[in-house]
Ligand binder design. Sequence first.
Ligand SMILES: Cc1ncc(COP(=O)(O)O)c(C=O)c1O
Length: 372
Amino acid sequence: MTLGKAMIRIYNTFIEPQAPDFVQQVLQSSFISEGTVVKDFERQLEKDLGLTNCVTLNSGTSALHLALVMIGVQQGDEVILPAQTFVATGLVVVQQLAQPVFADIDYGNGNVSPQSIRAKVTPRTKAIIVVHWAGYPCDMDEILQIAGEFHIPVIEDAAHALGAVYKGRAIGSISPFTCFSFQAIKHLTTGDGGALCLASVDLKKEALSRRWFGIDREHALPTEEGERAYNIQCLGFKYHLNNYAAALGLANMQGIAARLEGRRKVAAFYDQQLDAFPGINRFNYSADRKSAYWLYGLHVERRRDFIRALRSRGVEASVIHQRIDRNTIFGQIRKDLTNQESFDHTQVHIPIHDAIDLPTAEKIVASIKMGW
Ligand SMILES: Cc1ncc(COP(=O)(O)O)c(C=O)c1O
């Protein structure tokens, strides 16, 4: 069986047809830097996706870094995180000269294991970063319980999880710091971009100032002499989003709820079709939370054969990210991440995104059922 000429890709970039008009309006206004369109985008994210105190930034990596800075992570501190993530999650820890401490995951879904987090806490632990792998929310109750016991703040890396829901609560409204990515192939793109959602108005004020050099842009108004009046009191960065990126984001917000539902329908179809299929173990997802399905993951036997067979039939399958702790920059080789070890050998992802409708999902399933 061939599936037509074009390969069914693992990722896609969704651009709403009206986006060029939205962006053009900003370009014609000649105010392309951070302004009211950025604010409008933030309010829309809060309204449509239930995010709290949303501060947009120029990347998801900036959001993670800013969260660590705001917590005060510094040299000598430890930060617990899973290895099953993209390197950005670990690099920001190193950027603060802190030590990444890798926790094990749940083999069933790739999310960090609360028990492993507990085992890794030391008096030097300054923050816990959890990653909602593939868009499926982590065990937040258990994680926040541990964090509360030891008074350690939690940062959610929700780069995969825009629109995910944990026990009725939107991801982006639960812990003190939640980080989103609006990079090209995410659910919602601004080209590059991100957001940090915060638990309080005070934290939001701090993030607003730190995203632009430490200057409170709204209140540091220009003097008669021309320069803004400001006195920088805390370290800031050039991490703000700009108006034309926000215009692209606003355009792409249109219909996002329906697109998320579309992904969930495709996932339900895969679940039903691939359940108990020989050589496949589905990820173990609980009914008390809704994945944003940035990815659809499976465990398969003889993974390389699976990937090759699908590719020969025009379907791209991928491991997406390998564990990050083996990178030299993160220090010594870890041997205690036993679930991670098993996950590494069998995990694979098949296409799920805004260009995958049910007929395409049927072709993908048919291609899998031909065997490997
Ligand atoms: C889990 C995870 N965290 C963080 C990031 C970084 O996001 P960005 O590329 O917007 O900086 C990514 C990007 O793909 C990611 O997958």
